[in-house]
Design a protein around this ligand. Structure first.
Ligand code: NAP
Length: 278
């Protein structure tokens, strides 16, 4: 049986084994997918041991995505742009590093949430690893405007500079929260970790254009302060990051198995389960 794993620290909370098991059942793939705890100082050894025992590939989660990038002997373009790797594929001695997070977000927006990206005005909050990982896939969807806003404004400027030559026809801008006053967007993506601490990035109400979608990458926390703020600003389209999680998994699964699962069905089931257990 082909073996895969998700490697992180901690790892018990990960929903990836459940998601990949559902994909495997659905597509009738003979495979096993297990959570694998790596010691904080032992990521590379854990990956190599898993590969040497016959592992075919692995997902990588917090806090190892940067180390996975250094460990990869070949990087895909989107992994290089993200500077982080969440999907490893073992091809003999070669470790191929990919990043499916951004593609997962774009698929969730486009396919599950019917959010038109081409020609839209997008605000991206945050300039950490998650924000960096979604910029190239968002630019490839050809929005009219992509504005990166961060608390530490220099990090937003750095990301703008990093992606300036990939912007194409998109107006790529960067700044701090104070610069947002008076501007509005069709899609506001919270890629900060503020929701983890139940905090709200200091966004003015005006950022939500009529009919805007507010999207929080955080999932499993219900209506976060960001989503609550969007609602009270009159925004009735809100989404958490569960769809992104399922879609990035589907992208990894398709890479490894050559077959694309019906991710929308798995997502719908997980949402029903979430509603029942809350
Ligand atoms: P990170 O690298 O640590 O970056 C954190 C970012 O949040 C930085 O830009 C930081 O700003 C900003 N920030 C933190 N607290 C803030 C606050 N109170 N107000 C405003 N900005 C604040 O974290 P990350 O890896 O990018 O992850 C960000 C989030 O994405 C996490 O919640 C994670 O769970 C989520 N995520 C979800 C998925 C998914 O599949 N749904 C995938 C990946 C990540 P400074 O630069 O000023 O410190």
């Amino acid at each position: 049986m082909d073996r895969y794993a998700v490697i992180g620290h901690p790892i018990k909370h990960s929903k990836s084994p459940q998601i990949h098991a559902a994909f495997a059942r659905q597509t009738k793939q003979e495979m096993e997918y297990k959570p694998l705890l790596a010691p904080l100082d032992g990521f590379a050894d854990t990956v190599r041991a898993f590969r040497d025992e016959g592992g075919r590939g692995a997902n990588v989660t917090v806090p190892f995505k940067l180390q996975a990038c250094s460990l990869s002997t070949r990087l895909t373009e989107r992994a290089r742009a993200a500077g982080a790797v969440n999907t490893l594929t073992f091809e003999g001695d070669v470790i191929v590093g990919d990043n499916t997070d951004g593609a997962g977000l774009v698929r969730d927006l486009a396919n599950n949430l019917a959010c038109p990206l081409a020609g839209s005005h997008i605000l991206l909050l945050g300039a950490g690893g998650a924000a960096r990982g979604v910029i190239l896939p968002l630019l490839l969807a050809r929005p009219a405007v992509l504005t990166i806003t961060n608390r530490t404004v220099e990090r937003a400027y750095e990301l703008r500079a990093l992606f300036a030559d990939r912007a194409g026809g998109t107006q790529l801008t960067a700044g701090g929260y104070d610069d947002l006053e008076g501007w509005s967007f069709d899609l506001v993506i919270n890629a900060t970790s503020a929701s983890l601490e139940n905090q709200l990035p200091p966004i003015p109400e005006s950022v939500f254009a009529p009919g805007a979608l507010a999207y929080d990458l955080m999932y499993g926390k219900g209506v976060t302060p960001f989503l609550a703020a969007a609602r009270s600003a009159g925004c009735d389209l809100i989404a958490d990051g569960l769809g992104m999680l399922v879609e990035q998994a589907a992208e990894s699964f398709a890479l490894w198995r050559g077959v694309r699962p019906d991710s929308a069905r798995v997502l719908a089931r997980m949402r029903r389960k979430q509603a029942f257990t809350r």
